[in-house]
Write a protein that binds this ligand. Structure first.
Ligand code: NAP
Length: 499
């Protein structure tokens, strides 16, 4: 008998873990997915222009390389089809319970397992909990005064309302991150007028993304080793950029010069160029890739607005300089929640809520296990995001680690593994040491925790350093727990501090 594993979230991470569990001979797992289809962020983010800005030769599983991508950075639909295809090939699709939102997971010390509760009030028992909810699953709209008084349509980019007509209307996009640079070029040609509201300028690199010519496709499909070579090249580029982000910012100079030259070549108007010139260090915020964004900002019906938004009025947006702009539709391309895992309430061995344990910034051992939360693993957890490279490599490594921990370290299904506090503290101390020299310490971004400023999202090193560190779980990092003897009361849940 193998432990029952509940995987929450069926995106790239959850699917990778299911595949690894099958490889380890563990068939007793179910994926729970709140959306009607598997796909995670790739299911939710279906805004116009949604696409991967990392070439798919790298942004794909190492063991499921496809040679027939239509272009280097395919559309969201193509990425979603890929992920759904991989899930089907590995017999995972039928193991996903879609439309099932897990709202609470509570560790039951009496039986050393997890009890999950769904949004519909159903109770599910499992031995192991894998949280595959990711870092970008909860859209956030900033609490700007008057938002509810707006009489037009408004929605977040990750909750695009396709029923709202855009043609011939005045649209305001708030935010200029990785999402906005994909949305804006799509809207510019469709709407009557587009205001793009920028709080801070970003470093942008061009993204050549023409459809592959038939001969290129055929070469990729037929020439042995070509696909692997492209993957290695992309990985090497990721390593070169990571050196500048994590070792010494001076290594960023070539990319910074490239980005500046690209901006100069695209934007002739000095006033607009000044607005688009970043003030923070290269790579401190997410580097953006687009060959269409800068051009679209110069369309006659598009304005880049750099005043701070102070309020939303019934008919538009008001700014700090007292000006106001009318809008029929507001698109909030304002990113995702600061806190990981929440609002899913995870309650650990001593009745403590993960949200409380992480109140001053998320910490986990290798980004995956948290002391006090036995038999629980986090995918794409604290300090496992990358400033450059493909997150899929990180997810593959985590999935393999988790499958090994469950398959090799758990002595029997009724037992639980808990990471030792010392192991977690040691890996975090090493991480903090390195974080000091990263570029991410020099500006505000979603990589940092809201009120403590700790960089809680990013891995402060190279991908291969992480994958080597988690190649196999160290048994010394864990202790084994067994069910409480009959009559010994389990700790009651503590009161959860309001967010
Ligand atoms: P984001 O990077 O967090 O960007 C949010 C934007 O909203 C920023 O420009 C931010 O300004 C702005 N903003 C937030 N609050 C604001 C306010 N009160 N007033 C004005 N502007 C405000 O979110 P995102 O663009 O959705 O991207 C999130 C992450 O998803 C990315 O970093 C990336 O990792 C991932 N992503 C990946 C792809 C891909 O192709 N692989 C595509 C899209 C997204 P500041 O810059 O000043 O903070």
């Amino acid at each position: 008998m193998t432990p029952r594993v509940a995987i929450v979230g069926a995106g790239f991470g959850g699917i990778a873990t299911a595949i690894e569990l099958r490889r380890a001979g563990i068939e007793s797992f179910t994926l729970y997915e709140r959306a009607p289809e598997l796909g995670g962020v790739w299911w939710h983010n279906d805004y116009p222009g949604s696409a991967c800005d990392i070439p798919s030769a790298l942004y794909s599983y190492s063991y499921a390389q496809r040679r027939d991508w239509s272009r280097p950075c395919p559309s969201r639909d193509e990425v979603l089809r890929y992920l759904q295809g991989v899930a089907a090939e590995h017999g995972i699709t039928e193991r996903v319970r879609t439309g099932c939102e897990i709202t609470e997971a509570r560790f039951d010390a009496a039986r050393c397992g997890w009890t999950l509760r769904t949004a519909d009030g159903e109770t599910i028992e499992a031995d192991v909990l894998v949280l595959g909810t990711g870092q970008l699953s909860r859209p956030v709209i900033p609490p700007i005064a008057g938002r509810d008084d707006f009489t037009g349509a408004q929605f977040h980019s990750a909750e695009w309302d396709h029923s709202v007509p855009l043609a011939g209307r005045r649209v305001t996009v708030i935010g200029t991150g990785a999402t906005a640079v994909q949305v804006v070029p799509q809207l510019a040609g469709r709407v009557a007028h587009l205001d793009v509201v920028q709080r801070s300028a970003a470093w942008i690199l061009p993204r050549q993304n023409e459809e592959y010519a038939p001969w290129v496709r055929s070469a990729i499909a037929r020439v042995p080793g070509l696909q692997a070579l492209r993957r290695q090249f992309l990985r090497a580029f990721g390593v070169a950029v990571t050196a500048g982000l994590t070792v010494n910012p001076r290594f960023n100079l070539p990319w910074k010069l490239w980005s500046s030259a690209y901006l100069r070549s695209q934007v002739r108007d000095p006033e607009l160029r000044a607005k688009l010139t970043p003030s923070d260090a290269f790579g401190c915020k997410r580097i953006l890739f687009s060959s269409a964004y800068l051009e679209s900002l110069q369309a006659p019906n598009v304005d880049l607005v750099t005043e701070r938004v102070t309020s939303v009025t019934p008919s538009g947006v008001r700014f700090a300089d007292g000006s106001a702009r009318e809008a029929d539709v507001i698109v909030w391309a304002t990113g995702f929640a600061d806190a990981l895992v929440t609002p899913l309430d995870v309650i650990g061995r001593e009745g403590r809520h993960l949200a409380d344990v992480w109140r001053d910034g998320e910490r986990a051992h290798h980004g995956m296990t948290v002391h006090g939360f036995p038999n629980a693993f986090v995918l794409y957890g604290p300090n496992t995001n990358l400033g450059s490279g493909s997150i899929i490599e990180m997810l593959e490594a985590q999935s393999s680690y988790i499958a090994q921990a469950i398959g090799d370290l758990l002595p029997e299904p009724g037992a639980a593994l808990e990471v030792r506090a010392e192991a977690q503290a040691a890996s975090n101390a090493a991480l903090e040491d390195r974080m000091g020299s990263t570029v991410w310490m020099s500006c505000d971004s979603w990589y940092r925790h809201g009120h403590t400023g700790r960089v809680t999202r990013n891995w402060p090193g190279f991908v291969h350093e992480y994958t080597r560190a988690v190649a196999s779980p160290d048994p010394a990092d864990f202790r084994v727990l067994r069910p409480l003897p009959p009559g010994v009361p389990a700790p009651a849940p503590t009161h959860r501090t309001p967010a």
